[in-house]
Write a protein of this length. Sequence first.
Length: 285
Amino acid sequence: MKKWTTMIIGALLAVSLAACGNDTDKSATPPAGNETTTESNNTAEQNAAVPTLDELLAKTGEATKALKSFTTEANIDQKIKVDAGEQSQDQQVKTSLKMDIIKDPMMIYQEMELDMSGQKQNVKQYITSDKIYSQVGDQWVAIPEEQTKALIEQLKASMNPEKELDQFKKVKEDVKITEEGDNYVLNADVSGDNVKELAKSVMEQNGSDAQMQAMLDQMNIKSMKMKYLINKETSLMEKIDVEMVMEMEQNNQKMTMDMKMDTSFSNHDKVAEIKIPQEALDSAK
């Protein structure tokens, strides 16, 4: 179960990083049928003020290409039930994560707390384009390259502005755009075949490995709700809320999970330096 939890968290964090590191296809044209009507002056003015999906994502894509650094914080709450024959196990997993990110050259510092049914584990990591230094307790360890290569490549893909993320175009009919204060709000309430198409799009765009793809094939994602807040002035992502209900079978075990994740973005272009401590560097010798 811990392996499943780790893989799912990894996939969801890839969504968060991709949202701030790159967005969608700038070359797409606005969909037909989105023209404002003239039912009333008020309706026309309101429709004119809210951009189309293509317009909103194109602006966000342009803004994120110029972004050099940022901070992201995520909280993930999972309620998991595993059935194996006549035995059943319930577990609640809470994960909190804070990451300072410099995009080029890639440098990440993250602090993570994993709480599995009251058992807590704290991890600090420095991630470069070719190394991961991890601290558990008071001990720093340089993770072997064969264990980190796939993760590093996935992170690189997530922050690559040339790789366009068009996840919402896969489920365009499920997307609604509204306004909330200083933000545009992009909502997608997805179910059925569309939710798997959305998940596949996210993973393919973010360098998922064979194990992640195999996990997705076994998933029955019952529903997925996504809410993105994009600042009107800067066109940068400010917040993402995701809710997902899914089930999966593997090795004669059936897992059901109700997951909620909220992610925020801040410190745009304000992360000036991330310095790896000497004791971490010494662990690689």
